[in-house]
Design a protein around this ligand. Sequence first.
Ligand SMILES: [Zn+2]
Ligand SMILES: [Zn+2]
Length: 546
Amino acid sequence: MPGRTVDNAGIADRLEAFASLLELAEANAYSARAYRRAAETIRGAPIPVADLVRAGRVRELRGIGPGIEARLRELVETGQIAELAELERELAPGLVGLGRYLGLGAKRSVEIARALGVRTPEELRDAAAAGRLGTVPGIGPKTEARLLEALAREAEPRPPRGLVLTRARELVGGIADVLHGEPAGDVRRWRDSCELLAVVCAAPDPSVVLARFAALPQIVAVVEQDTRRAVGVTVEGVPVELVAAEPERFGAALLRATGSAAYVAALEPLPDAADEAAVYGALGLPWCPPELREEPFRGEPPALLEEADIRGDLHCHTTWSDGRASVEEMGRAARARGYEYVAICDHTPAVGAVQGLLPDDVRRQGEEIAAANERLAPFRVLRGIECDILPDGRLDLPDDVLAQLDWVQASVHGGQRMPRREMTERVEEALRNPYVRCLSHPKGRIINRRPENALDLERVFQVALEEGVALEVNGLPDRLDLRGEHVRDAVRAGLEIVCSTDAHSTRALEYMTLSVHTARRGWTTRADVLNTRPLQSILDGRRAPR
Ligand SMILES: [Zn+2]
Ligand SMILES: [Zn+2]
């Protein structure tokens, strides 16, 4: 697609496809990651990357080395990457996607396909239907039966584990854009990990939309098809449902495809209507924000927090620890978003893996922040810290240093596996420190990589309430911590919420969207959120104890 590849999104798509195929080929995992990172940089680049490539300046972008530069030049000049085309021929991504959907690894899928001499998902189905799976070495009658059953199943598609919200939004949003449909499923409810991915289109003639869906580069195989519905899988084996609704029924179809199943079931039977508001109207109900549709609910929804209510970001990093931008760059980027303030919260030494600020660094950073404030006024850069909570509950900086600061986040990084009682006592001790204003990412999980810690939130909420400490909703895509259910408990308990990005770059200030929607999943209103208030409320210190 030479025409499409020259814009930044097109280039990023091709690099991502390359990364996925390198992973399939079980090539160097480092280079797959490097291509993915480069794709992310290019997607966010403010200028046309093709121009930089032509001018020989593309290596000025972060993470683009000579290897990636050579591929980019090939892509810009010829419209394709030869090695990518070859990998696509060799690895049959359609088969791998189908195999992963069936619960097979990439390598095993390719082995089975080779043994059967098939090259496409359709040929694999035919071979399976003809009873040939049993002829493949290593496939006994049991495995054959399981695979046949998986191939035939009409039940709800489910990937082995959810996609992180950013990836799911990009995938579903990209498909919805091309098909002029609406993203639905878990993405529309802003779930932290998305399993049910769906797009709903209003389609007088469904065959056109279904054909375009099947031809999308994101969809490597269609595993189910009906007159007005199809399920396709991505190269990662992730199923995506397409609903091609009759235009006069689009509203009901969107509501159904948005879920959750329990929420929708409690509203059935849904009246047909062209838009969702009309469906609710016919049911005699107010429209319900998708974030609240987890459990059956027929009442009046509260006026949820909006992103426009946020006046500042209270957790971000700079080059003083592991961030990529300077104090002033973060300040300018926050000001450009329309904020009134931003708190610079770099790490302290106990975080380990990266450099942390010693007391003298805190003082010197304070001078840099004061200088930035002279240039950025009336916008305000706050002197903050993300202070590690040591295993015994003490903080990683002495009180006289914390006392100089405008804003102190306390964080557990190492030792997330502590038993419940020790962990809870550790955090409780930190919250008793009079300088701590907010507990960062309280449950410590990394989505798909590290489970939540054993922290007793009920106890922590009680102490936080007594001490006037706020709870963070961390907006990093693989954290989203507190998650929606826990936010709801915190809000019910009367706690103050802080929506933060934990940004390590200026671009990551965008993750406020994820934090806000996660807070909305916890029924948060503007009044619950500290950083919807003016600067003075932040400077006033802890809220009076309850
Ligand atoms: Zn942290
Ligand atoms: Zn942080």
